[in-house]
Ligand binder design. Structure first.
Ligand SMILES: Cc1cc2nc3c(=O)[nH]c(=O)nc-3n(C[C@H](O)[C@H](O)[C@H](O)COP(=O)(O)OP(=O)(O)OC[C@H]3O[C@@H](n4cnc5c(N)ncnc54)[C@H](O)[C@@H]3O)c2cc1C
Ligand SMILES: NC(=O)c1ccc[n+]([C@@H]2O[C@H](COP(=O)([O-])OP(=O)(O)OC[C@H]3O[C@@H](n4cnc5c(N)ncnc54)[C@H](O)[C@@H]3O)[C@@H](O)[C@H]2O)c1
Length: 467
């Protein structure tokens, strides 16, 4: 039995920020992760590799409009080369993380293995060297999430985000026809990337809106900007996936016919089917047995990231509250602060001000409360918008579709939320998110001289439109 101060289950965004901070503060910390490397699924098969592919797709899309900018020549796309670029970025980051870890080696160790909870203080790690027990006063559960595969006959024929984005993945050639099951983040993002390289893409979403759960007006703003050649079917109930001897896959789905009663069945042929129907939390073995409160398969954590058991914290996808990398990092840092405070809540995570970007081509992003959420709360927000048709940077790049929209509390003029559809959305949402989280008002935003000629000037311009 080894005695340490803190042990983390996982070494991803929910774990390592806390582990580093606690080690720097003099605590002895052990992170356990079967990958044996830091960064969890974000670097292994999530944010970074998918965005490496995205940015190349964006460049390629822009290259096809080179003539408008006075450039000439033909640019081709080699999908295997794109995957090689993605792999290089992943390797670079793994090397960087290894060096970061080495600098704290005296107090921070990463053990390759799978951890299970024996009691509220003891973790058993199973590795290729056998089993080893660790006792710690504080445990951070950050075991993340994994691909959810619905029980559809033939689902095993599908690829997942793991197959597409993992390091050294074998998915190196562009499918001529791609069917995507699920019109959420992964489904829509990947649909636009592979479409940009030339694949014929169909997205089958079971709900009656792509990106279900997001503000319908926000989605309605993004939808017409996506490549119209991507066929999008909503209300699609996938029934089977079958393969023929020549390798062709057939996806059979039922879809409501508005003119007749009942559903009709349709089929679509594919060379690859991407299953992007969501992710589920990975709860470590032993959690239930030691009395950890779970709800809908996730570890329940409060806004101080405490579970129902003293000394045990749950950060990131495993608590399912906001399954995004930067949210996991933010939570991890709050947990470390509360651990340093002797399990006294010194800080709370603001789940209401986490920026969210859908990295489709083009992107869209939002933060805080937008129109639908505000209406549901009976708040008639003061709304203002800036149209990218008027924006210098958007005109320079010939990407003038979309807008910045801000929602203010009447009376106080406090910024409650905002969205950006179109150019630089994933960058602009940071400034709006900071303003939401710090309680800034329309006066504050209007008075700030955002940089010209950058799309961010649309934020202050939108606020100035109120005065
Ligand atoms: C394709 C894709 C694209 C994405 N793009 C974005 C994006 O652009 N932006 C964004 O913010 N988010 C994105 N995400 C989501 C993001 O990856 C997650 O929100 C983030 O990785 C969560 O971090 P985490 O530490 O909570 O969990 P994870 O990253 O899942 O890490 C958990 C770690 O715990 C380990 N583990 C599991 N069980 C055990 C155990 N019993 N013992 C020890 N270790 C264990 C796992 O091996 C894993 O390494 C994307 C996800 C996917 C799949
Ligand atoms: N840009 C980002 O920040 C980003 C990018 C990728 C992933 N992520 C994270 O990863 C998580 C998982 O992504 P995801 O896209 O797999 O999940 P998701 O929850 O965003 O989308 C899954 C979609 O699949 C649909 N669906 C489920 N079962 C279906 C079925 N049988 N047939 C047709 N449609 C079905 C759902 O209605 C939903 O729209 C996200 O929730 C997000 O937290 C974030």
């Amino acid at each position: 039995m080894q005695h340490v101060d803190v042990i983390t289950l996982g070494a991803g965004g929910g774990a390592y920020p806390a582990a580093f901070r606690l080690a720097r503060a003099g605590r002895r910390v052990v992170m356990v992760d079967p990958k044996g490397v830091m960064s969890g699924n974000c670097l292994a098969e999530g944010c970074v590799p998918s965005k490496a592919v995205r940015e190349v797709a964006e460049l390629y899309r822009t290259a096809q409009r080179f003539e408008r900018f006075g450039l000439s020549g033909e640019i081709g796309a080699d999908f295997a080369g794109v995957v090689a670029h993605k792999d290089r970025v992943q390797r670079t980051r793994y090397t960087q993380h290894a060096a970061e870890l080495a600098r704290l080696a005296e107090r921070l160790t990463l053990v390759q293995g799978v951890a299970r909870l024996q009691d509220a203080y003891t973790v058993v790690v199973e590795s290729e060297h056998g089993e080893e027990s660790y006792r710690a006063e504080h445990i951070i559960i950050a075991s993340g999430s994994d691909v959810f595969v619905p029980p559809i006959p033939g689902a095993e024929l599908c690829v997942t985000s793991h197959d597409l984005y993992a390091l050294d993945s074998s998915f190196k050639s562009l499918p001529r026809r791609l069917v995507v099951i699920g019109g959420g983040y992964i489904g829509l993002e990947t649909a636009t990337f592979l479409r940009a390289f030339g694949a014929e893409v169909t997205v089958l979403e079971m709900m009656d809106q792509i990106l279900p759960g997001m503000d319908p007006d926000f989605v309605a703003g993004l939808a017409p900007l996506l490549d119209p050649a991507i066929r999008r079917v909503t209300g699609a109930k996938v029934e089977t996936i079958e393969n023929a001897a020549d390798g062709t896959l057939t996806v059979r789905y039922a879809v409501g016919d508005k003119n007749e009663t009942g559903d009709k069945t349709e089929t679509v042929a594919a060379d690859a089917v991407l299953m992007a129907a969501g992710r589920h939390a990975v709860v470590p073995e032993g959690a239930e047995a030691i009395g950890l409160e779970l709800q809908r398969g996730r570890v329940v954590a409060d806004t101080a990231l405490r579970t129902n058991l003293p000394g045990l914290y749950a950060c990131g996808d495993v608590n399912g509250r906001v399954p995004l990398f930067h949210a996991a990092v933010g939570q991890s840092l709050i947990a470390s602060r509360n651990i340093l405070g002797g399990d006294q809540a010194l800080d709370y995570f603001d789940f209401g001000a986490v920026p969210t970007t859908i990295f489709t081509l083009p992107m869209a992003a939002y933060v805080g409360h937008t129109r639908a959420a505000l209406k549901a709360r009976g708040i008639e927000a003061l709304e203002t918008a800036y149209n990218f048709a008027e924006d210098s940077r958007a005109q320079i790049f010939d990407e003038t579709q979309g807008e910045i929209r801000l929602f203010f509390e009447p009376g106080t003029l406090r910024l409650l939320g905002g969205w950006i559809i179109g150019i630089d959305a994933g960058q602009l949402v940071g400034e709006i998110g900071l303003a939401v989280s710090k309680g800034l008002t329309a006066h504050d935003l209007a008075a700030f001289c955002d940089q010209h000629p950058m799309a961010s000037e649309g934020i202050s311009k939108a606020a100035r439109a109120l005065f």
